[in-house]
Write a protein that binds this ligand. Structure first.
Ligand code: ZN
Length: 170
């Protein structure tokens, strides 16, 4: 297994819409392994393939990875939110925008249809933090950052700070 480089804002690859995985072959399995390793190393609670430069719909999540010793890895291939309800507000950061956090409004409960590495369909019904992380990571597959979800004024303030950090200083 190896640690992959995480792309940082404003890398244009992070704005691309990722493509569905057609066949779960050895290179997808290897990517899943390396993404998990990269996520635990960061450490982070979730990672989407476009964040490591792969333009495909693959995600790893482990909300226990920061606090607990017990690992509880979730691998999502071609995930799709099929229903949602309610709302929640909570703090989010992003491995591709290091050093910045903001409160983001998300759906509270979501139902996600996904595939596992065997190609079987799995339905996840999640709420609270796991639901939040899944929504954040699925957004990455569509080229969306957490700050895109903020109200206009709050978004402009944060994006200006982020640009100062990652764009202007270069
Ligand atoms: Zn992120």
């Amino acid at each position: 297994m190896s640690i992959l480089d995480i792309l940082i804002y404003p890398d244009p690859r992070l704005r691309k819409k990722s493509k569905p995985v057609k066949k779960i072959n050895d290179s997808i399995i290897e990517l899943l392994e390396n993404m998990a390793e990269t996520m635990y190393n960061a450490p982070g609670v979730g990672l989407a393939a476009p964040q490591v430069g792969k333009n495909i719909r693959v995600i790893t999540i482990d909300i226990s990875s920061v606090e607990d010793e017990q690992r509880d890895l979730i691998e999502l291939i071609n995930p799709e939110i099929i229903s949602s309800k309610g709302s929640q507000i909570g703090e989010e950061g992003c491995l591709s925008v290091p050093g910045f956090v903001s409160n983001v409004k998300r759906k509270m409960d979501i139902k996600v249809k996904s595939q596992n590495r065997e190609g079987e369909t799995i339905i996840y019904e999640t709420s609270d933090l796991l639901s939040r992380v899944m929504q954040h990571e699925i957004d990455h597959l569509n080229g969306i950052y957490f700050f895109d979800r903020l109200a206009r004024l709050k978004r402009e303030l944060l994006v200006n700070k982020i640009k100062k950090e990652f764009v202007v200083n270069k």
